[in-house]
Ligand binder design. Structure first.
Ligand code: NAP
Ligand code: HSE
Length: 447
């Protein structure tokens, strides 16, 4: 029920696909509770799409759908515009149009923030509006708010976790059902889990976009994907998953953001990793995401929830709409830009970006070799040349006659030494049937 003094907040949507329609549906479904909590009423008054003739899963009043995205972005009567269309070209232009007018944008677009967050946050602050982005990382998990508000007392030495639901779905099914990557990928495509640009999910790019956002939030520094390790799950085979399991590990696509406060080095990386099977993040399956946050005051906090999909993502978008409504009613906006107040920039003062030289890990190696005398000794010799010490070896016959799979794990080794050893192994073309594959073992430091 609307009271006479209650403000009506006018909302425009750019995009009315999976997430846009979810936002509509859930505002309608929980309208009364939501409006009581917010002390304002919400009205979605304009929606821009690409194809206005497309059948939608929710019914909206006639006339509010348009293909004129600019008209929505520049509509002076709107208080909040939700950019739920994706992409980085038109979405950038439209977001800038809204922010320049001092309005509030709510987004789920991690690629756009990762590429242009710096200037968009600055623009929002300078023009007196705001840019909210809870839905951009880990779907329905409130990780942005947790870092920005609930855990504000902390400095974060490590944040790591599973940030891409599609990869996690594929790896989980490969493990549970003994399936190969290609079979599981086909199922994931059929279920609509895989992004139109599959590389985003399969090559670790989507998880890296999210890691970059978390790194900025935690450490005040924007990191380029070109400067960090970004590896996806395409090289993971059913054999790797089984071998890892026999060694007491599960393979997950991890995003890791670690800061060494003594040497002021920040390392951001995304890659498949072997995690001890009994760990909390190792147990996060299917399209779920999980994020472990270690702060110097609170210790370790783990958040687990649905990382993608209409409902979970809408929950985060609506949470941002709620914050925007509070802001419109006089609550101060959260700090987001380093430009004006220096807060975020100072978090990164003296901080340099680390790379392979900062990584030490145990490694898992899979080599497909000719099954003949002396091969194992040669492999061991190459590893020894680079001071890589072998921890375990398992050799089993490969389907291809006269060849074998050699699965090795190493003791803790420098990433650089491992890369050099891999280069030398790869050059042994007379012994190797295909390129050597290595995954890092990740120590979650739990317990
Ligand atoms: P989607 O289902 O493909 O919907 C995109 C919507 O944007 C559609 O309504 C489309 O119009 C409209 N659109 C796209 N380009 C447009 C253009 N140039 N002009 C006008 N309209 C345009 O995408 P989604 O899954 O809802 O994702 C939206 C955003 O949320 C993306 O940034 C995505 O990365 C992010 N996100 C999604 C999820 C998820 O689980 N789906 C989770 C987290 C974050 P038509 O309908 O007419 O084609
Ligand atoms: N493709 C993304 C994922 C969607 O699988 O996690 C949610 O951001």
């Amino acid at each position: 029920m609307k009271t006479t003094h209650q403000r009506t907040v006018r909302i425009g949507l750019l995009g009315f696909g999976t997430v846009g329609q979810g936002v509509w549906k859930h505002i309608e479904r929980n309208r009364r509770a939501l409006e009581l909590r917010l002390g304002a009423s919400l009205e979605i008054v304009r929606i821009a799409v690409r194809d206005s003739g497309r059948k939608r899963e929710v019914e909206v009043p006639s006339g509010i759908i348009t293909t004129d995205t600019i008209a929505v972005a520049e509509d002076p009567s709107l208080d909040i515009v939700c950019e739920l269309m994706g992409g980085t070209r038109e979405a950038l232009d439209l977001t800038e149009r809204v922010l320049r007018r001092g309005k509030i944008v709510v987004t789920a677009n991690k690629a756009l923030i990762c590429e242009h967050g710096d200037r968009l946050f600055t623009l929002a602050r300078q023009a007196g509006g705001h840019y909210f982005y809870e839905a951009s990382v880990a779907g329905g998990i409130p990780v942005i708010k947790t870092l920005r508000e609930a855990l504000v007392a902390n400095r974060f030495s490590r944040i790591y976790g599973i940030l891409n639901g599609t990869s996690n779905y594929i790896l989980t099914r490969m493990e549970k059902e003994g399936l190969e990557f290609s079979t599981t990928l086909a199922d994931a495509r059929a279920l609509g889990y895989v992004e139109a640009d599959e590389a985003l999910d399969l090559d670790g790019i989507d998880a890296a976009h999210k890691a970059v956002i978390l790194a900025f939030l935690a450490h005040g520094r924007w990191v380029s994907l070109d400067d960090i390790i970004v590896e996806g799950i395409r090289d993971v085979t059913a054999e790797d998953i089984l071998s890892a399991r026999n060694l007491g590990y599960r393979i997950k696509l991890l995003a890791i953001i670690s800061r060494d406060f003594q040497n002021e080095r920040l390392v951001v990386r995304v890659h498949p990793a072997l995690l001890p099977s009994n760990g909390i993040i190792a147990g996060v399956d299917g399209v779920y995401n999980g994020v472990s946050i270690t702060g110097d005051v609170v210790g370790t906090t783990v958040l687990i929830g649905r990382g993608a999909g209409q409902d979970a993502t809408s929950s985060s978008v609506i949470s941002d709409i709620a914050d925007a409504v509070f802001m419109l009613q006089g609550a101060p906006a959260p700090v987001i830009s380093e430009e004006d107040d220096g807060v975020y920039r100072e978090l990164a003062e003296g901080l340099s970006l680390g790379g392979p030289e900062d990584i030490k890990a145990q490694y898992y190696l899979r080599l497909h070799v000719a099954d003949k005398p002396g091969v194992l000794a040669k492999v061991a010799g190459v590893l020894a040349d680079f001071a890589v010490s072998i921890a375990t070896v398992d050799q089993r016959a490969h389907l291809l006659e006269g060849t074998a799979s050699l699965i090795l794990t190493t003791h803790e080794t420098d990433e650089k030494a491992m890369e050099q050893a891999l280069g030398s192994l790869a050059a042994m073309s007379d012994l190797l049937q295909d390129k050597p594959v290595r995954f890092r073992v990740f120590d979650p430091g739990e317990g």
